[in-house]
Design a protein around this ligand. Structure first.
Ligand code: GLN
Length: 445
């Protein structure tokens, strides 16, 4: 029964040693009982789901793993949560993340780092590290994350699970607390491609409350066919650049070899603007963040610092106490990039580069059906290894951020190991062509 399944996951979570959940829904068992009693026939009837802490859940705390949102309980559900509940899913709780989704390791969370279940001295990736780790550790069968510049695919790769970043506009962002809204999408994480497709069938689709939502029907589970004969694969050489781990490179090439055996063909392609993607991404992401995070001022949500003399002192004290170091760094840099006099030099330039990156994808896809490359250049690194060196952390995103600039879909599937840690194969597709990358991923499993 749904109640038994939910109870068993809740027991497993209680014994957890990875710090993947930051809140448990106290009504999970009640919801499961109602599903049993009502004989729910939805596609996810009785399936427990873990939710990243930046997706609004009615009556369940949603903090973006930040001190500034401590105590905030949304009065409404995000679009994806409404869809999950209608499909019969049981929300288990909220998962740990980098504060406001800014990071690649889940170390910047106010709740402390999540540990990688494969090696608890290592990071689970980020920023949706909790969502990946709890699935890898068997504490939830499936989860939702969000991907602004790799935050679903990176932790999927580091924790050996599957994660999809859908085409921009395919999943409503209504109720997702924005970090950089022109880049991000909510995406599913699971141990199989079948589960990813089933989740997409539930959470995908039009929503009038998100002005970027696209009205386009798709049945993702139709993609689950074991057939890649004739599939044309492009391998972008820029994604195998400096600093790539040799075993990661080998695992990805071995995977491409397997596709060849299954009847696909591959060729090298060049995406010359890839080297500028990281700089463009960080300028755009920080600029949007500086604007999006202006609303956290102690007036409406979460934390409020001791009243000052007036609103200004209260707001500035709240922000000083509530935001962590990385969030402050990004607000400052983003505000700088948008300020009069520097706007043209940084923000506008970054937007132009974004278009060039997008054109690289358009050009490549006139010739091939999908692109394949490593999701991350290395396997999961040690906790603490990069946390004092933000630039080296940003560099880890080199293969994931171009996808968000271009808005195309991309999936990470486990394809081998390096030094005992999982490696992710990244399969990128044409806009709205999730089904081809799902089919390719499914054939590989
Ligand atoms: N690591 C990237 C960043 O810090 C991506 C984060 C994300 O996708 N939310 O911005």
């Amino acid at each position: 029964s749904a109640e038994e399944v939910t109870a068993s996951y809740l027991e497993t979570i209680e014994e957890s040693r990875i710090n993947g959940f930051v809140a448990i829904w106290d009504k999970a068992l009640k919801a499961a009982r109602e599903i049993d009693a009502g004989g729910h026939k939805g596609p996810l009837a009785g399936v427990p789901v873990a939710i990243k802490d930046n997706i609004s859940t009615k009556g369940l705390s949603t903090t973006c793993s930040s001190k500034i949102l401590q105590g905030y309980v949304p009065p409404y559900d995000a679009h994806v949560i409404e869809k999950l509940k209608a499909a019969g899913a049981v929300i288990l709780g909220k998962t740990n993340m980098d504060e406001f989704a800014m990071g690649t390791s889940t170390e910047s969370s106010h709740y402390g780092p999540t540990l990688n279940p494969w090696d608890t001295e290592r990071v689970p990736g980020g920023s949706s590290g909790g969502s990946a780790a709890v699935v890898a550790a068997g504490e939830a069968p499936v989860s939702l994350g969000s991907d602004t510049g790799g935050s679903v695919r990176c932790p999927a790769a580091f924790c050996g699970v599957v994660g999809l970043k859908p085409t921009y506009g395919v999943v409503s962002r209504f109720g997702l607390i924005s970090y950089a809204n022109s880049l991000e999408q909510i995406g599913p994480m699971a141990t199989t491609v079948t589960d990813i497709a089933t989740l997409m069938d539930v959470i995908g689709g039009y929503d009038s409350r998100d002005s970027t939502s696209i009205n386009r029907k798709n049945t993702y589970s139709d993609a689950l066919k074991d057939d890649v004969k004739g599939l044309k694969i492009g391998v972008p050489e820029e994604y195998f650049g400096e600093g790539i781990d040799k075993n990661v490179e080998k695992a990805v090439w071995d995977a491409i070899g397997k596709y060849e055996e299954m009847g696909a063909s591959w060729k090298k392609v060049s995406m010359p603007h890839t080297r500028y993607a990281l700089a463009s991404y960080y300028i755009i992401a920080m600029s949007e963040a500086s604007s999006n995070l202006a609303r956290f001022d102690g007036t409406r949500y979460g934390l409020r610092a001791e009243e000052g003399e007036n609103w200004h002192t209260m707001a500035s004290k709240t922000r000083a106490e509530g935001f962590g170091a990385e969030v402050k760094r990004r607000i400052l840099l983003g505000t700088y990039a948008l300020s009069a006099g520097y706007h043209d030099k940084y923000y506008l330039k970054a937007l132009k580069v974004r278009t060039l990156v997008k054109q690289d994808f358009d050009r490549a896809f006139t010739d091939v059906d999908v692109l394949m490359a490593p999701t991350m250049p290395t396997p999961a690194f040690k906790i603490g290894e990069k946390i004092d060196d933000p630039l080296s952390l940003y560099l880890a995103d080199v293969n994931t951020v171009p996808i968000n600039l271009a808005g195309v879909p991309s999936i990470s599937v486990p394809c081998g190991f390096s030094g005992g840690m999982p490696v992710g194969l990244q399969i990128m597709g044409k806009p709205f062509d999730e089904n081809t990358i799902l089919r390719a991923a499914y054939s590989f499993e």
